[in-house]
Design a protein around this ligand. Structure first.
Ligand SMILES: Nc1ncnc2c1ncn2[C@@H]1O[C@H](COP(=O)(O)OP(=O)(O)OP(=O)(O)O)[C@@H](O)[C@H]1O
Ligand SMILES: [Mg+2]
Length: 470
C-alpha cells in the first residue's frame, strides 16, 4: 500500500485530505510542520509527500530542498497559492514531481497523486532492470532474459572451447555475428584473429579470392600474390556470414578446406595448411536449398556440427526492455543520467513485431534518443512507422476480438454501484449523511463516488473540499 505524508499548518486541511486519501486506499500520515515531516521521513518509508509551500516556521520550499538531498526517492507534490506560478516552477526545478494550485479540485489532486506514484514505479522498474543487467548476464554484450537466449548463452559457454564448426541460424538482425564473436572470445583462439566475410556481398570470383587468396597474374588485376582470409586467420576463427549465398563452385572448395585443412590460392598449385575454426551463419533454411539442389548436403553436414538457433525478437519479448536499457546505456555511456522511458513507450515497443529484430530496435532507440527532450523518451519521439504499426494491430485486435463486445468488470461494477447509491439516496430523501452511515462509508467517499453527476454541496457537515481556500 502506498504511504502518503501530508504537511500543512492547517488542521482542517489535514483532516479533510487524509479522510479523502484514506478512502482512496492510501496509508496516510499527516503533520503540521516541516520539522515533524523531517522526523517522520527519517523514521518511516514514505512514498509520496504532499506539502504546502506557505508554512511556518519552516516553509515548504526549504522542506522540499531538504527532502531532495535526504530522501531522493521520495516524490513530492507541492500545494501552491493561486497565482504564484513562479514559485510553482521554482518547486519543479528543485525536483518536485508536480504542483497543484489551491483551491484544488479533488479529482485533479487524485490524478496527480496517481501519476506521481506510477512514475515512481516505472523508475524503480528501470533501476531494477539496470541492476539485473549489471549482475546477471554472463556475456556482458549479450542481453539474454528470455529462456531461448539464455539457452543460446549456455550453448556458447559449452561449445566455445571446442573446435567444432557451428551453424548459427537466425533472421536478419537477431545477433548472429554477436554470437559468433562471443564463441571466439570464449574459445582458446581468443588471442588470435576473428575474421568475418559476408558471402552475399561479393560476386563469386572476388569471394573466392577473398577467402583463399590468389597468386600474381591469376586474373586481370591480380598484380601481386595475396593471402586470403583463411591464411590470415590462421590459428583463429573465420565467420562465414550468409553462407547460403555461396555458389556451388565455392561450396566445393570450402568443403575441401574443411576436410583437408589446407587451402590453395586462386591460380596457385601449392596446398597451404591452415588451422582455422569455421563458424557460419544463415537466415535462410539450408534444408530447402538442399532440396532445391543449390546447397551441397555434404557441406551442410560439415558446417552444421552444432546448430544454434536464435529466435526472432517477436518470440522473446522478455528481452525487449533489457535490450532497450542496454542500447541506451551503450549510446549515452555512464556519464549522464539514463533517460527515462515513458510507460506507454515500453508498451508499444513490446507490442511491435520487430521484423528487423535487434538491429531495428537499435535504430529505433537511436532515433528516439536523438529527438528526446528533458531526458525522457516519450511516444512522440519514436519512429512513426512503429507507432502506426502498433496502433493498426490494436484496431485489428479490437475488431476481431469477440470479447470486445463485453464491458470490463470494473465498468460494470461502477454502473451497478451508482445504481445502488442512487437507490439509497432516493430512500434517504437525498440526505447524504444518512446514506453514508447506512452504506458504512465516509461522507467524503460518498461525495467522490457521486461527484461526476452531483455537485459537492455546501453541506455544513463537511467543508466543501473543492473550494477550500488556504
Ligand atoms: N542479445 C543481444 N544483446 C545485445 N545486443 C544485441 C543482441 N542481439 C543483437 N544485438 C545487437 O544488434 C545488432 C545486430 O546484431 P548482429 O549484427 O549480430 O545480427 P545479425 O543476425 O548478424 O544481423 P544480419 O543478419 O543483419 O547480419 C548488433 O549491433 C548487435 O550488437
Ligand atoms: Mg550479420
Amino acid at each position: 500500500m502506498h504511504r502518503i505524508l501530508i504537511v500543512d499548518n492547517e488542521a482542517s486541511i489535514l483532516s479533510v485530505l487524509s479522510t479523502l486519501l484514506k478512502a482512496e486506499g492510501y496509508d496516510v500520515r499527516s503533520v503540521r510542520d516541516a520539522d515533524k515531516a523531517k522526523e517522520l521521513l527519517r523514521s518511516e518509508e514514505i512514498h509520496l509527500m504532499i506539502s504546502d509551500i506557505r508554512m511556518e516556521p519552516v516553509d515548504g520550499m526549504t522542506l522540499l530542498k531538504w527532502s531532495r538531498s535526504e530522501c531522493p526517492d521520495l516524490s513530492v507534490i507541492m500545494l501552491t497559492a493561486h497565482g504564484s506560478v513562479e514559485t510553482a516552477i521554482e518547486a519543479m526545478k528543485l525536483g518536485a514531481f508536480d504542483y497543484v494550485t489551491k483551491p484544488y479540485k479533488i479529482d485533479e489532486l487524485l490524478i496527480t497523486i496517481q501519476r506521481a506514484l506510477q512514475y515512481k514505479e516505472a523508475l524503480a522498474e528501470n533501476k531494477h532492470l539496470r541492476a539485473r543487467l549489471n549482475t546477471q548476464y554472463r556475456f556482458e554484450n549479450i542481453v539474454a532474459e528470455s529462456p531461448s537466449m539464455k539457452q543460446v548463452c549456455t550453448m556458447i559457454e559449452r561449445i566455445a572451447p571446442t573446435d567444432s564448426t557451428i551453424m548459427i541460424y537466425g533472421e536478419s538482425g537477431t545477433g548472429k555475428e554477436l554470437v559468433a564473436k562471443a564463441i571466439h572470445a570464449y574459445s582458446n583462439r581468443k588471442h588470435q584473429k576473428f575474421l568475418a566475410v559476408n558471402c552475399a556481398a561479393l560476386p563469386e570470383p572476388l569471394l573466392e579470392s577473398e577467402m583463399f587468396g590468389h597468386t600474381k597474374g591469376s586474373f586481370t588485376g591480380a598484380s601481386s600474390n595475396k593471402k586470403g582470409l583463411f591464411e590470415s586467420a590462421d590459428g583463429g576463427t573465420i565467420f562465414l556470414d550468409e553462407v547460403g549465398s555461396m555458389s556451388l563452385g565455392i561450396q566445393s572448395k570450402l568443403l575441401r578446406v574443411l576436410q583437408e585443412k589446407e587451402i590453395r590460392r586462386v591460380g596457385g598449385n601449392d596446398n597451404i595448411p591452415v588451422n582455422v575454426r569455421v563458424l557460419a551463419a544463415t537466415n535462410v533454411r539450408l534444408e530447402d536449398m538442399i532440396q532445391a539442389g543449390t546447397f551441397r548436403e555434404d557441406l551442410y553436414y560439415r558446417l552444421t556440427v552444432i546448430p544454434i538457433n536464435i529466435e526472432p525478437l517477436r518470440n522473446r519479448k522478455e528481452d525487449i526492455l533489457p535490450l532497450i536499457n542496454h542500447i541506451i546505456q551503450h549510446e549515452v555511456g555512464n556519464t549522464v543520467p539514463m533517460p527515462e522511458i515513458a510507460p506507454q513507450v515500453s508498451q508499444i515497443l513490446r507490442r511491435y513485431s520487430w521484423p528487423g529484430n535487434v538491429r531495428e530496435l537499435e535504430n529505433a532507440i537511436k532515433h528516439a534518443l536523438t529527438f528526446a527532450h528533458n531526458n525522457r523518451i516519450t511516444v512522440d519521439v519514436l519512429p512513426a512507422s512503429i507507432v502506426n504499426a502498433v496502433e493498426d494491430l490494436q484496431i485489428q485486435n479490437d475488431e476481431t476480438n469477440p470479447e470486445s463486445q463485453f464491458q470490463s468488470l470494473k465498468d460494470f461494477m461502477r454502473i451497478k454501484e451508482k445504481e445502488y447509491l442512487d437507490e439509497v439516496l432516493a430512500i434517504t430523501g437525498g440526505d447524504k449523511e444518512r446514506a453514508a452511515r447506512s452504506l458504512k462509508i465516509s461522507l467524503a467517499t460518498l461525495y467522490r463516488k457521486i461527484s461526476t453527476e452531483d455537485d459537492i454541496p455546501n453541506d455544513d457537515a463537511i467543508e466543501p473540499v473543492e473550494n477550500i481556500e488556504i
